[in-house]
Write a protein that binds this ligand. Structure first.
Ligand SMILES: NC(=O)C1=CN([C@@H]2O[C@H](COP(=O)(O)OP(=O)(O)OC[C@H]3O[C@@H](n4cnc5c(N)ncnc54)[C@H](OP(=O)(O)O)[C@@H]3O)[C@@H](O)[C@H]2O)C=CC1
Ligand SMILES: Nc1nc(=O)c2c([nH]1)NC[C@@H]1CN(c3ccc(C(=O)N[C@@H](CCC(=O)O)C(=O)O)cc3)C=[N+]21
Length: 287
């Protein structure tokens, strides 16, 4: 029997606990955690995520604001907004939706966000803290994957984890967290040889590639735990559908446990963003 790792359900439990912790926090400090989400341009998928984020923030009891800028926004203008949010004491968390339109310098923006308000965990200070096991703000998607894995497997010590993808947003921080959880970690990417054979050795397989259904059933070791991070919009029978980086039907016949798309990592990412916002608020009131 293959276990379905239900991200919707697990994330609902996370948000429920968070709403309780937030109430306690507000009662103790008289401060409501604030999240600001910045969206440049009008990419429809990004709009969906931003809407979900703002909705969940409200459900968690946060104060949240949405800042939409036109696709042709210049660097100065975006910098000025980030600086304004950095200086706003009612804002504890800042998320700038990525990728940015190409005229904007992404690393410059990531560095400009105050590290203590960087609820994505992308600032170099937070990346360094994660690498050395001192992190407070951990990238939301990998954190969500870890919660799913620990819920499914308990202790991860000694397991061989294979991460497909090495982006700063998912693959690299995922590998860091798995290593910290005592896994033996292999990271493969577009220049790797023998990807299939390496995947087949994985007790834990995390797919974060951005290629619809690239990972086939035959790449999976029987009984392995598979976490599918991919969110790919494809046309099927004239309709827009979301599929992951894993061929779900085939994979679920081999895997011991697998997360679906949608309803897997996506909702966990948003729940972890809320966790980080409360963590950031806690740090800032006690600073
Ligand atoms: N559920 C969620 O909350 C989130 C989902 N996502 C989704 O996860 C997926 C990955 O996102 P992200 O990490 O940002 O994507 P990126 O495009 O930044 O990174 C993709 C990675 O996959 C590697 N790769 C690409 N093609 C291949 C291939 N054929 N074989 C092996 N490796 C390959 C790339 O290698 P190289 O480095 O060599 O180019 C790169 O490291 C996307 O579908 C995205 O939509 C992303 C963030 C959050
Ligand atoms: N600075 C920054 N931080 C991010 O965390 C970030 C980002 N930029 N850019 C884009 C990616 C993508 N991402 C998702 C979040 C939630 C869902 C999600 O909730 N998905 C649902 C439903 C999706 C739907 O129905 O369209 C699901 O998978 O079930 C998906 C994808 C965060 N990202």
């Amino acid at each position: 029997m293959t276990l379905l790792i239900d991200g919707k359900k697990i994330s609902a439990a996370v948000v429920e606990q968070l709403a309780i912790d937030t109430k306690t926090f507000i009662a103790e400090f008289g401060v409501t955690p604030g999240l600001a989400v910045v969206l440049v341009g009008d990419d429809p998928a990004s709009q969906v995520y931003v809407r979900n984020k703002v909705k969940q923030a409200t459900a968690a009891g946060f104060h949240s604001t949405e800042h939409r800028l036109p696709a042709d926004t210049g660097q100065e203008e975006l910098n000025a907004l980030v600086e304004q949010l950095n200086n706003d004491p009612s804002v504890h968390g800042i998320l700038v939706q990525l990728p940015l339109p190409e005229q904007l310098n992404e690393p410059e923006i990531i560095r400009l966000i105050a590290a203590e308000k960087d609820v994505d965990g992308f600032h170099p200070l937070n990346v360094g803290a994660l690498a050395s096991g001192m992190a407070e703000l951990i990238p939301c998607t990998p954190m969500g994957c870890m919660i799913m894995l620990e819920k499914t497997l308990g202790d991860l010590s000694g397991k061989h984890a294979v991460v497909v993808g090495r982006s700063n947003i998912v693959g690299k921080p995922m590998a860091a967290l798995l290593l910290q959880a005592n896994c033996t970690v292999t990271v493969v990417h577009s220049r790797s040889a023998e990807i299939e054979a390496i995947c087949r050795q994985a007790d834990i397989l995390v797919a974060a590639v951005g290629r619809p259904e690239m990972i086939r059933g035959s790449w999976i070791k029987p009984g392995a735990t598979v976490i599918d991070v991919g969110i790919n919009a494809v046309e099927k029978d004239g309709k827009r559908r979301l599929v992951g980086d894993v061929a779900f039907g085939e994979a679920s016949e081999v895997a011991g446990a697998i997360s679906p798309v949608p309803g897997g990592v996506g909702p966990m990412t948003i729940a972890c963003l809320m966790k980080n916002t409360l963590t950031a608020a806690r740090q800032q009131v006690s600073a």
